[in-house]
Design a protein. Structure first.
Length: 229
């Protein structure tokens, strides 16, 4: 492991933010010092033949860690909307916010050494290789909202429905539990787990569309993706 590594696997199998004061050498257990109140969630979307008329399906992957319950699903058809990789990435980010809510409410991502129950996740990082997703959230979305969902060129913002859903879920996560959500843009090579899940989702029987406050399920099996709703 090098000094620039920012992600550390915890004992519960979730991914966490490495403490900036951590030594460049791991301890005897093979792990580095980490922030127990943090979670890193990787997201990705897949859309074969993106940008063409042959793009007839898309899927999402949400990766919480090697020992966690990771998510993979196919995006439901939306009347009037084509399947695109950008929309799939937005669906994945919304799914990630849903996935972390049990941990921001009740903890469980790491066994806390202090008495009083499990550590609550107060610092959530959503990791993506999509500059479109990360740059839009960190630089543009608040301006779009303030400008009536118009870009700086006065044109309508694309995928407004999903951006509005994302804003709702960001508000819910951050307001309910005083958690802060950050978005990281990483190279594609550092997002392989979420990419794998998204591609697996293309063949999944699990089909989901995500609404602002409740999941809109179109399930071909009885297994639920969101057990806490």
């Amino acid at each position: 492991m090098d000094d620039e590594m920012l992600e550390v696997e915890g004992f519960s199998g979730h991914m966490h933010v490495r403490c900036h004061a951590s030594s460049s050498r791991a301890c005897r257990c093979g792990r580095y010092i980490l922030h127990t109140d943090s979670m890193i969630v990787a997201v990705d979307g897949a859309c074969p033949s993106n940008g063409t008329g042959q793009a007839v399906k898309s899927a999402c992957g949400v990766y919480l860690g090697p020992g966690a319950d990771n998510w993979s699903w196919r995006v439901a058809d939306t009347p009037g909307e084509r399947h695109t990789s950008s929309r799939a990435e937005l669906h994945a980010a919304i799914g990630a916010l849903k996935a972390v809510m049990p941990f921001t409410r009740n903890g469980g991502q790491m066994e806390c050494e202090h008495p009083g129950g499990p550590c609550i996740a107060r610092h959530v990082v959503i990791k993506s290789d999509s500059a479109y997703l990360v740059d839009s959230v960190t630089q543009h979305i608040s301006k779009w909202d303030a400008n009536g969902w118009k870009t700086s060129k006065k044109t309508p913002v694309k995928n407004r429905d999903l951006w509005e859903d994302l804003m709702v879920w960001l508000y819910l996560v951050e307001s309910e539990s005083e958690t802060r959500v950050h978005f990281w843009h990483v190279p594609r090579g550092e997002n392989v787990e979420a990419d794998r899940l998204a591609n697996e989702g293309l063949q999944s029987r699990r089909v989901l569309g995500i609404c602002a406050l409740e999941p809109c399920d179109v399930m071909e099996s009885e297994e639920r993706l969101y057990p806490y709703t």
